[in-house]
Ligand binder design. Sequence first.
Ligand code: HEM
Length: 165
Amino acid sequence: MKLSRHMAPLLLATLVAVSAPVCAQTVPAPAPDTTASASNAGATPLAGDAVYKAFHGEEGIQRIMDDFIVRITTDPRIKDRFANANLARLKLLLVQQVSYLIGGPQTYTGRDMKTTHEGMGLQNGDFNALAEDLQLSMDKEGVPFRAQNKLLAKLAPMEHQIVPR
Ligand code: HEM
């Protein structure tokens, strides 16, 4: 199934609705994080490396993030948000974060999602626009839809930390 642009907010909303209770009920408690940086990634990583492989590993994630940075900095809905951003640092940390979350060997070394986005005044529409851009970048890399959804299910609940209520 191909995801059209207008379906992305719907998909994210659905994932937010279903992922929290499903995780709480069926996923065993993760082992405690031994480093602060790993816990800053905003979610626990997927078990195994099947999804990491479906993203074509480190090189695939690098390509996805190269494309994603171009999209978010040219997307008229959100590009102004990144006017003062350090894009090299942002890309490096996104590669780490995504790799970590989908079962890769990398560790996330950035700040936590609440601290990072505090004071930006982000809204639900910003979050959905960014998620749509990410989906387009994953499509371009040829990441299978099911593997894309595994990452989106990790990211969707982060909206509560990124978009103030
Ligand atoms: C699930 C959604 C998101 C994730 C996983 C995410 C992840 C990240 C990460 C890892 C960083 C770098 C942290 C650090 O500097 O230590 C960051 C920074 C940033 N993010 Fe997000 N973010 C998300 C949503 C958004 C949205 C919706 C916007 C705006 C449309 C946004 C705008 C920014 C900006 C402007 C920075 C700061 C860059 C800088 O100071 O150089 N983020 N984000």
